[in-house]
Design a protein around this ligand. Structure first.
Ligand code: UDP
Ligand code: MG
Length: 310
């Protein structure tokens, strides 16, 4: 019987410092898991450092290595999508290049899929140590909020993108062809029997995180917009509430021939109502903008260079 193949998909954006250690670590694991064939599929997401050079070097002397290099930085979501799409393995895993996703978990993850019948073995950080406190706080609030707002799809707090999946799961994820990709939601949307392995947060081995606070904030908004349309219906509740309040005020005014004389009160009320109105209009704009981009059907990524035929 021919060996099954495991594809390791790695998105890299300016990872020249971490890559050598990462490559060594996954090579060691691949050596140990000799009942499987391996494919290391690196996606260079428009790096401006020596990442591509390193990938070319690995690819030239290691048959397991393949790479795709984008024409510019398209973002991690696009890189993961490209990697999943071009992977050829029976099992596929997505990993970061900075060793925050420990390759040492792979044998156990594979065992759970191969022997215990799971379709997905995902990982979850149980601590956020080493991360700025304020970032952890907002991250936690984000998970609470998004899970309140979405039904059916659960976004697990601390879940990493690092997961081992069967080909069937990956094909299901790829069948969701949307342009605005929020993988944490897509992974959960497709369902399947999932096992979570937990581990303590590990610091990035070298280089710097590519996420700024603003970047994470935008990512959080993208996630909410991608998986719930609930905010679009909020103006209705407020509208009904305001009409109700105005009716009561109207009745009071008639009964007591009471006239609001204070200009201050009127201005305050107007500011409040206009403020709300702008928030709601802006909110509709956010959804509209996403839909606009979705309708353009632009490619999720553009490949500039690759090694072997893809
Ligand atoms: N990454 C990418 N494109 C980007 C940003 C990040 O491919 O535009 C890759 C990055 O090289 C790394 C992974 O995504 O392999 C996770 O990035 P990072 O470690 O910066 O995120 P964090 O772990 O801090 O959330
Ligand atoms: Mg990282």
């Amino acid at each position: 019987m021919s060996k099954k193949k495991l594809s390791i998909v790695v998105s890299c954006f300016n990872e020249e410092e971490a890559l050598p250690m990462f490559y060594k670590a996954i090579s060691n694991v691949a050596e140990k898991m000799d009942n499987l064939d391996f494919e290391f599929l690196f996606v260079d997401d428009g790096s401006s450092d020596n990442t591509l050079k390193l990938l070319k070097k690995y690819s030239s002397h290691d048959d397991k290595v393949r790479f795709i290099s984008f024409s510019r930085n398209f973002g991690k979501e696009a890189a993961m999508y490209a990697g999943l799409k071009e992977s050829t393995g029976d099992y596929i895993t997505v990993m970061d290049a900075d060793l925050q996703d420990p390759p040492s978990l792979l044998p156990e993850m594979y065992r759970l899929i191969a022997l215990e019948g799971y379709d997905i073995v995902a990982t979850r950080r149980v601590s956020r140590s080493g991360e700025p406190k304020i970032r952890s706080f907002f991250a936690r609030q984000f998970y609470k909020l998004i899970n309140k707002m979405t039904d059916r799809v659960e976004i697990v707090d601390g879940a990493r993108d690092f997961r081992l999946m069967t080909r069937q799961v990956v094909d299901s994820i790829l069948s969701l062809g949307e342009y605005n990709r929020f993988s944490k939601g897509l992974f959960s949307f497709v369902g399947f029997k999932t096992k979570y392995l937990e581990y303590e947060n590990i610091k990035r081995i070298a280089g710097n995180t590519k996420w700024s606070f603003m970047g994470l904030f935008k990512y959080a908004i993208d996630g909410i917009i991608a998986f719930t349309t609930m905010p679009l219906s909020w103006p209705i509740y407020f509208g009904v509430l305001f009409i109700f309040i105005s009716l009561i005020l109207f009745i009071i005014m008639i009964c007591k021939s009471f006239i609001v004389s204070s200009l201050f009160a009127i201005i305050t009320l107007l500011l409040f109502i206009f403020g709300l109105l702008f928030v709601f209009v802006g909110n509709i704009g956010l959804y509209l903008a996403k839909d606009y981009l979705e309708n353009k059907k632009r490619p999720i990524y553009i490949v500039k260079e690759t090694d072997k035929d893809l």
